[in-house]
Design a binder for this molecule. Structure first.
Ligand code: ADP
Ligand code: MG
Length: 342
């Protein structure tokens, strides 16, 4: 028996975090948002397999911290179990970049606010790190190239370029929906797919609606009803489509818990139930909903990919979400509703 080498440990861990290019993109976008970015640019090549490039204008990383950013279990976001119980950032495990760097060639270029210039760290498999001065006006630029170049068994599971790109696009759309306050762009193979301007924070609902219109498309809007219901520490807001606009699949169901996209059975069930009497069983409702609650009431630490969460007061949440949606759908259109956004 012998201890596993560090690189191999990270490659095993990468199996959980780095399922495909889209999982890398999600981690990089979340890191940029955690860094306070107001503008994020994404460039992809070959569905993200050849290159995932994310540049932000966030707080940057100090030169001394660059190697740490790529180390396992190194994070600037939590320091204690108490922090973990009320985590407000997207990240907290400190393992995403280390896992990514174990299965791809990673370059991090960053200029911390106040630093004289930027630094660049390059890592490729178990070759030693190289850290050099670099030119960058601010923020952080991360490039993840040749995903799975050193783990051919994983590479075999990658799908066609178009499929991998579609997954990246979906990750991008979810995050962009949740953050109308941030400007995003995305290009694939040099072609621009998204360019989303940031909105001032003055009129949040209008901003969200505009972003949602860009991401989901116009057809949803004439049928969308605005939801904003609060009860104690719970708040549900967003848009839900009247049954006249329904889907054959669940492709337009977006649920966010404290800003994090989730695929949660309990929430989807509560929504489904709210449509029970007004939507044919074979059709699926469309909605973009944001549930906010005390971070201590929800465990986001269930899985590294983190689209599952666990609620402390599951029953209460189910009832709240069900009633909030049901009431909104039953309110005559003269109230807050689609007309004004249509
Ligand atoms: P986590 O997000 O869980 O802390 P990561 O492996 O994703 O772990 O990132 C490790 C650390 O690297 C972060 O805690 C943060 O300090 C730093 N970091 C990563 N990306 C960025 C970025 N875009 N801007 C500033 N700091 C970053
Ligand atoms: Mg992270």
């Amino acid at each position: 028996m012998r201890p596993l080498p560090d690189l191999l440990i990270s490659q095993i861990a990468a199996g959980e975090v780095v399922e495909r290019p889209a999982s890398v993109l999600k981690e990089l976008l979340e890191n940029s948002l955690d860094a306070g970015a107001t503008k994020i640019e994404v460039r992809l090549e070959e569905g993200g397999v050849r290159l995932i490039h994310v540049a932000d204008d966030g707080c940057g990383i100090a030169a001394d911290d660059l190697p740490l950013a790529l180390s396992r279990h190194a994070t600037s976001k939590i320091t204690s179990l108490e922090d973990l119980e009320c985590v407000a950032s997207y990240g907290f495990r400190g393992e995403a970049l280390a896992s990514i760097a174990a299965v791809a060639r990673v370059t991090v270029t960053s200029k911390q606010v106040g630093a004289a210039h930027a630094w660049r760290l390059q890592r490729s498999g178990d070759e030693g790190d190289s850290v050099q001065p670099a030119a960058l006006s601010g923020g952080t630029m991360i490039e993840v190239a040749d995903l799975y170049f050193n783990t051919p068994a994983r590479r075999k599971f990658l799908k066609a370029e178009a499929t991998e790109f579609a997954h990246c696009d979906e990750v991008f759309r979810r995050i962009a929906l949740a953050r109308p306050d941030v400007a995003f762009s995305l290009t694939h193979q040099g072609r621009e797919k998204w360019r989303l301007a940031s909105a001032s924070a003055v009129r949040p609902f209008e901003n969200f609606s505009r972003r949602a219109k860009e991401i989901i498309g116009e057809a949803f809007f004439p049928h969308a009803r605005a939801i904003d219901v609060a009860a104690g520490p719970l708040r549900l807001s967003g848009l839900a489509a009247m049954p006249a606009y329904s889907r054959s699949g669940r492709d337009e169901q977006y649920f966010f818990v404290n800003g994090r996209f989730v695929r949660d059975k309990l929430l989807m069930h509560a929504a489904r139930q709210a449509y029970e009497d007004i939507l044919h069983g074979a059709r699926h409702p469309a909605y973009v909903l944001f549930l906010e609650l005390d971070p201590a009431g929800v465990d986001v630490n269930v899985h590294p990919a983190k689209t599952e969460v666990r609620f402390r007061e599951a029953r209460g949440i189910h009832q709240f979400v069900f009633h909030a949606i049901q009431r909104t759908l039953a309110t005559p259109l003269s109230g807050v509703g689609a007309d004004e956004h249509g």
